[in-house]
Ligand binder design. Structure first.
Ligand SMILES: Cc1ncc(COP(=O)(O)O)c(C=O)c1O
Length: 392
């Protein structure tokens, strides 16, 4: 006799069916990321060399590294790591921080803990798919707050306020924004915080590109430092800190009850962080002045080149210049040329990868361009040659 719950031969067992849509962008990267010469669409900054990081280590972290035991680690995160992360905020204590395997695990846990059938969430769109997909999969009703190129991809507070319902539990914004490079101005951010406060909803600010503002004065307050009890910051080592391979992310919030629920949920995902990654993250955060300066320098140089490219090709592309981060979302405007076809031909003939807007399910011939990588000059010159051949 078969055990209850066991699979019938030839059938997909019930528990294997994952009830969540494929993450289009990640499937696209799974196909292309390690198969092309130039990623002109990556969102992270050129990876930081580990040997250089070890050279930047202070005596304490070097000793931690040399004496590291490869056992399980503290589930909430290494105490020194949480202490270091807390210093990124105005008023966050180390025990108001919980670490995760990248920002992605944090998103997965948060949406599952906060949202379920009968709950409502509002999420900016186009955007990083898990920010809205996980909530949908958890059974929540998710409203997309669409950003538009014609108004500079800005949040529309009036529309956002109208999207709130009595069931709204969570508002999600991503600032600086993937894929547009939008960064709200201070009055808009304050208005957003007021809307979440009036709704009594948690406000998740996905700040994985924080620190990559082109003008330091444009940096917004962190989500965790707003709305005591309801504001959350999502951070990660992957983008501004150029260490995506560490897979260390975190949530910071004054809502300790929520953190406890997240910690209990995380027992079913990763339990605890990678021991070497935690120590390397402490080193990275302690050396952040140098690391962020390097990231910003790479981006600034590349952005100049992109500005020149789009100035030259202004009658073939739109270019809403990003205000922060390492990505932008221009649009190919040549009649009859579909970005999906054009990008496919580009990667086939030039080995240069762009991400068409269709990977964000966003219509209108947009594509994501990334400018955090040091091979951008070569990638852009190939793009330029390809444009000469196909768009003149
Ligand atoms: C806005 C946003 N949030 C979260 C993530 C996930 O970060 P990680 O891959 O480090 O988990 C990304 C990665 O691209 C992102 O762009």
């Amino acid at each position: 006799m078969m055990a209850i719950g066991a699979a019938m031969p030839g059938m997909v067992p019930h528990h294997w069916r994952v009830r969540i849509a494929d993450f289009a962008l990640e499937r696209y990267f799974a196909r292309w990321e390690f198969a092309v010469e130039h990623l002109l669409c990556a969102s992270d900054v050129q990876a930081f060399p580990m040997a250089e990081l070890l050279e930047l280590a202070d005596a304490e972290t070097r000793a931690l590294w040399d004496g590291l035991q490869l056992g399980y680690t503290e589930s909430a995160g290494h105490p020194l790591l949480r202490r270091e992360i807390a210093t990124l905020y105005e008023g966050i204590e180390p025990d108001e921080v919980l670490t995760f395997a990248g920002a992605e695990e944090a998103i997965f846990c948060l949406a599952n803990v906060l949202l379920g059938p009968g709950d409502h969430a509002i999420v900016t769109w186009p955007g990083y798919q898990s920010l809205y997909e996980v909530g949908r999969a958890a059974g929540a009703d998710v409203t997309l707050h669409e950003l538009h190129e014609h108004d500079g991809w800005h949040l529309d507070l009036e529309r956002l306020r109208a999207q709130v319902t009595p069931a709204t539990r969570l508002i999600v914004v991503n600032l600086p924004h993937n894929p547009t490079g939008m960064l709200a101005d201070r009055p808009t951010f304050d208005g957003l915080v007021a809307i979440a406060a009036d709704a009594g909803a948690h406000l998740l600010v996905d700040e994985v590109y924080r620190g990559l503002e082109f003008e330091e004065s444009a940096r917004l307050p962190a989500g965790a430092d707003t709305l005591p009890g309801l504001g959350l910051s999502l951070g990660v080592m992957s983008k501004a800190y150029a260490m995506a391979g560490l897979r260390i992310g975190w949530l910071a919030t004054h809502d300790r009850e929520l953190l406890a629920r997240l910690a209990a949920f995380k027992d079913y995902t990763t339990i605890c962080s990678s021991a070497p990654s935690e120590i390397l993250s402490i080193m990275g955060l302690r050396a952040r002045a140098a690391i962020l300066a390097r990231s910003r320098a790479i981006i600034a140089a590349n952005l100049d080149l992109l500005d020149a490219f789009f100035a030259e090709w202004g009658d073939r592309f739109t270019w809403i210049r990003p205000r922060a981060g390492s990505i932008g979302f221009p649009r190919l405007t040549v009649p009859g040329v579909r970005i999906d076809d054009w990008a496919a031909e580009l990667v086939r003939t030039q080995g240069v990868l762009l991400i068409p807007g269709s990977q964000f399910e966003y219509p209108g011939n947009h594509f994501r361009v990334g400018f955090g990588r040091t091979d951008l000059p070569e990638a852009l010159s190939r793009l330029d040659a390809f444009a000469e051949r196909t768009l003149r």
